[in-house]
Design a protein around this ligand. Structure first.
Ligand SMILES: [Zn+2]
Length: 461
């Protein structure tokens, strides 16, 4: 039975969808004003893994991940660039899609954009005003009255009095309570706006997730995810909005992933240890190394990014592909051997444990290959592949994967040419020449492997 840690209760709980085996799942996506960074990549990869595993477990999943395509940050960045805000949002949505595809992330079933849901956002805001949970402030903003929602603070475990004591009092904003948050922002001159009963404006960030999730998944659904930094206030505010507007519970299970730290420090632009996904991918043998690294720690804990950790992930993944290389085909995955993987993943998506299972299977596969047990090797290889599929890993052709190098160096065509020259030299018994070429390739980080059938395979070290 799959158990998931629920942030709402602080406990691991058996997971049971509300409707048969249908899982309705919403994850807070990107605000598209820049390229995505490592922290985003972790969140996106973690919830890709969650939806992937739920499907592997036989659930019928509807996965919704939104795009925030209107926001103060987008407007500011567009003004700085002298770029149209909508064009900027499109550009960085495309950038995010490219990075997601390279990380092996499946597209969500629905990817709603905030600007496409303005009528639903306006309707929910109006309902909140009608029910007495929201008010129009003097400056024309519509604000949510936090004190009207009795359960406020339940998700983040915060008490209203403590929050209020820590909040800055911003009198000019026309808030009745420092904790009240904006649902609808009145437009200042020159800002993008949409018509509303309260004048031209744009949605606040929190209301878009409530309106879009309820529109696509219903008033009350199974699972909601996001980064830990969104627990308060974003998710707390989503709960306050949706529960008050719909009069039902909102979400049964809340999942939050931990932070990415860099060299044991918080990642930030001011510390100069800030990495976009494309920066990191440009240094790697294959984007799969980053996916492997991001999943190597349990999703709820912090993960520490460093060159050494990444090199370790690269080495471990290479080892798994080496095990898969040169194995006989035609095997079928052994369901009994798969059980430890399922047990690990059923335990709140315990990927460190799942990775240990992969490694054990690779060791067994290597042992079968060493003893020349072809049937066992074929079955082990199929099992390892099937395990990888559950995690979105190990699906590349091993021979191709092992040829990929890091950074510059010899091109594949040059290596092929040198390997052919060396073969020709050997055939002509010019062993000195053959050895020279082998050394030359070794110096360039290419390892040759002579096969019993006279052919030569190569890989990058
Ligand atoms: Zn959200």
């Amino acid at each position: 039975m799959l158990c998931i840690h629920n942030s709402l209760t602080g406990r691991k709980e058996p997971f049971k969808p509300m409707r048969d085996n249908q899982v309705r799942m919403y994850v807070c996506g990107m605000t598209v004003y820049d390229h995505i960074h490592l922290g985003h990549a972790r969140m996106l990869t973690v919830f890709d893994l969650v939806q992937r595993y739920l499907r592997a477990r036989g659930f019928d999943v509807t996965y919704v991940r939104n795009v925030t395509d209107i926001d103060d940050k987008i407007i500011q960045r567009a003004a700085q660039n002298g770029e149209d805000w909508a064009a900027l949002a499109r550009r960085f949505t495309d950038s995010m899609h490219e990075d997601c595809a390279r990380l092996g992330l499946a597209p969500p079933d629905h990817e709603p954009r905030a600007t496409a849901y303005i009528p639903a956002i306006v309707a929910m805001t109006r309902t909140l005003i009608d029910k007495g949970y929201a008010y129009v402030a003097e400056d024309g903003d519509v604000l949510y009255a936090v004190r009207k929602f009795a359960d406020y603070g339940r998700l983040s475990g915060k008490r209203l009095e403590d929050l209020r004591a820590g909040a800055r009092v911003e009198v000019d904003e026309g808030k009745r309570d420092p904790l009240d948050f904006v649902l609808w922002k009145h437009a200042k001159p020159g800002e993008p706006s949409w018509p509303s009963p309260w004048g031209p404006g744009r949605p606040g960030w929190h209301i878009e997730c409530s309106a879009m999730s309820v529109s696509l998944l219903g008033d009350h659904f199974d699972l909601h995810g996001g980064g830990m930094d969104l627990k308060f206030p974003h998710h707390e505010n989503e709960i306050a909005q949706s529960c008050a507007a719909c009069g039902t519970p909102f979400v049964n299970v809340w999942m939050h992933n931990g932070f990415v730290r860099v060299d044991d420090e918080k990642m930030s632009k001011s510390l100069g240890n800030f990495f976009t996904v494309r920066d990191v991918l440009s240094t790697l043998r294959d984007p799969e190394v980053l996916r492997f690294f991001l999943l190597s720690s349990h999703y709820r804990g912090p993960i520490n990014y460093s060159a050494a950790q990444l090199a370790q992930a690269d080495e471990t993944l290479l080892g798994l592909y080496r095990a898969l290389a040169d194995t006989p085909g035609g095997g079928t995955a052994d369901p009994v051997a798969m059980e430890p993987l399922t047990a690990a993943m059923d335990d709140d998506f315990n990927t460190p444990e799942a990775f240990a299972v992969l490694q054990a299977e690779a060791r067994a596969l290597n042992a079968a290959k060493a003893t020349g047990d072809g049937a066992s090797a074929a079955a082990r290889a199929a099992t390892l592949r099937a395990m990888g599929r559950v995690l979105g890993l190990l699906q590349a052709d091993p021979a191709e994967y092992l040829k990929r190098g890091v950074g510059a160096g010899l091109a594949d065509a040059d290596i092929e040419r040198l390997a052919a020259e060396r073969r020709a030299a050997r055939t002509a018994r010019r062993f000195k020449d053959a050895d020279r070429i082998r050394d030359e390739l070794a110096a360039a980080g290419v390892i040759l492997e002579d096969k019993p059938d006279g052919s030569t395979a190569w890989r990058r070290a």
